[in-house]
Ligand binder design. Structure first.
Ligand code: HEC
Length: 117
């Protein structure tokens, strides 16, 4: 095999490894977010693909596609609660969540709330 082919093979392999580690990290975050959403009772009012008391997480992801301020806006909204984005029914505040928890949950919701099972 010539040197060029050898290098290409090496590059491809490296690329695959990088991609694999990215997707492993994403699904790890998904698993953590699902657990946290259960623990924080979010799933009592929210489902992934339909409205319960609050809007479905996929509908939320869709509403904020291409909105660069969504991450900050939604973290604050989850923390403080409130109404107005989807109707008159308010979401209660979730003041026990840390900033890291809020980031984890918000990023997961904006990815369309993928589950890991
Ligand atoms: C008691 C029911 C209830 C619980 C519990 C609840 N929510 Fe909500 N959530 C709502 C309602 C109602 C809305 C719609 C608020 C509005 O119209 O602005 C909402 C809206 C949202 C939105 C979109 C906000 C917007 O302005 O577009 C996100 C994101 C969200 N909830 C995440 C969460 C997370 C994460 C948790 C758990 C920590 C949670 N919710 C717990 C009822 C709830």
């Amino acid at each position: 095999m010539n040197l060029f082919m050898h290098r290409m093979k090496f590059l491809l392999l490296t690329l695959l490894l990088v991609l694999a580690s990215f997707s492993a990290r994403a699904s790890n975050d998904d698993a953590k977010a699902v657990a946290l959403a259960k623990q924080s009772a979010c799933l009592g009012c929210h489902a992934v693909d339909k409205k319960i008391v609050g809007p479905g997480f996929q509908a939320i992801a869709k509403k904020y596609t291409n909105d660069p301020s969504a991450q900050v806006f939604l973290k604050n909204k989850i923390l403080k609660g409130g109404s107005g984005s989807w109707g008159l029914v308010p979401m209660p505040a979730n003041t026990k969540l840390s900033d890291a928890d809020l980031s984890l949950l918000t990023s997961w919701i904006l990815r369309g709330a993928p589950s890991t099972n």
